[in-house]
Each structure stands twice: as structure tokens, then as C-alpha cells.
Design a protein around this ligand. Sequence first.
Ligand code: AMP
Length: 280
Amino acid sequence: MITDPVAMQQRILALKKNGKSIGVVPTMGALHEGHSTLIRQCSSECDVCVVTIFVNPTQFGPQEDFSNYPRDLENDAEIAIGAGADVIFNPGPEQIYPESFQTWVVPGELSEALCGKSRPGHFKGVATVVIKLLGITQPDKAYFGLKDYQQFRIIHQMVDDFNLPIQIVGAPTVREADGLAMSSRNAYLNEEEREAAVILNRSLKFAASSWDLQIRDADSLRSLVEDAIRHEKLADIEYVEVVDPISLKPIAGESDKALVAVAVRIGPARLIDNIILGKE
Ligand code: AMP
């Protein structure tokens, strides 16, 4: 386990000198099977798989769950190594944000859509920590989950915009047996809330079935998903949106490809999920 950014960067530079390819999986810890799947993919595609574990304070709003966010470093290290991690980078906040720190990455329009509306500054924090982690770990490939689709798009755009020679890999969402997307925040749910949470995935599956039946109008898809979630009394909708998967702008009428994305509060947890409909 390495905590010092300079030591981490030196280790990577030495490995690269020896011709090793580097993959990185950035995480906030509280690792689950979703993370393990990313780590396994990284480990199978790169000579060296680095897993970063850092609960990034700058991506949490003042009313959000930064202090309660689940932390269990020992267990995380065991999971990461079991899934194929070669190096774990676990810096402290003062190492990532020393007092002298003053340069931020401010993403553009992509960060104003979907979760950006209710989480101002969130993606600025995400983009800034990710560019730092990419600078420290100098990877050939970086792995992100499509569960956080907007985050994936913003990072992809940042890497394009800044001409970084890094391949951003998006990995499919890993789900529990009943369809709930795995998330560290599922730990906040009690038994009843956990059962209710299945409505996110179920409602998105309704949208997929409608799409297959040629019901592809964005308003119809959105209403259908909204209605399904409204029937779950523990669910409080933050948004249901049907957007273009590249621009994240709302779709008017029909299209040949759509991202249906939802954010829903259930008890103490804010949960997100999405599905892409249409051609690859
Ligand atoms: P987090 O620790 O929640 O910040 O997530 C770290 C990485 O794991 C991000 O790229 C997430 O998108 C990804 N991830 C989290 N949950 C899942 C999941 N259920 N399936 C696939 N990837 C996931």
C-alpha cells in the first residue's frame, strides 16, 4: 500500500521504464463486486493494475455523506488484491490537497446535466481528483463503471480535451441478483428500503421492453419510468431523464439511441441507475 503521491509516481515510472503497461481503477473504497469486476478486467488487460482508494472530499456537497461514507481499508485491500490489484494507492486528503493546492478542472456542459443539477461542484471535484490520480499513476488505461455514466462521459471528455494519452474504459454495471445496481451506498438501506430499491432497475427494464415494442418517444419512455417509480411509496424521484448518450442533452421525440437515467432517494440513500437503449 502506497500513500505518498511522489512515491507512487516513482514506482510507476520505474515499472514503465521496464516496459510494463499500467491500468488504474479509481475508487472511494467500500469495495464490492462492481469494483472487483473492474479490477479483474484491469488486471487481465494490463501488466500492472493499480487500485486507488480515496474518499475525495471535494466531490461531496456540504449536506452530503462525506463523513458517513463507509470506510474499511483492511477489507478493501483484501478484496482489491483478491481481484488482481498489484498496487494500492491510498493517499490522505492532505496529500491530494496540500495547503498550496489551487488548480481545478471545471467540466463543461456535460456536468450541468442529470446529477449536475442537484450536485453543484460535484463533477468539478471528480474531474480534479481524477486528473490528479491519472497524473500520479500515469496509466495506459483507466477503468470506470457505466453505473456512473455521467462521470464516465465527463472523464472521457476531459481526457479528449486535454489530449491525455490514456484509454478510458467503461465497464457494464454489476447488479445484485434482483437487479439492484451494486453501490457502496446500498449499505445505508434497511431491509424494507433495500426491497424498494429494486424499482430503479425494474423501471428501466420497462423502458427497455417498450423500446423493443417500438415505443421510442422520449416523453413516453420518461412517463413510463416515472409512473413505475411513483408506485413505490418509499421512493422519492430526483429525476428521470431520457437523454442523448453522448451530449447528455434531453431528447425530443424519437431517436435511434437513448440513455434513460434515474436518481431516486430511498430512505437515507440517493441511488442512481441508467440503461442505454438502441444501437451500440
Ligand atoms: P466508487 O467507489 O463508488 O467511486 O466507484 C469506483 C468505480 O467503480 C467507478 O468507476 C464506479 O462507476 C464503479 N462502480 C461502482 N459501482 C459499480 C457497479 N455496480 N458496476 C460497475 N462499476 C461500478
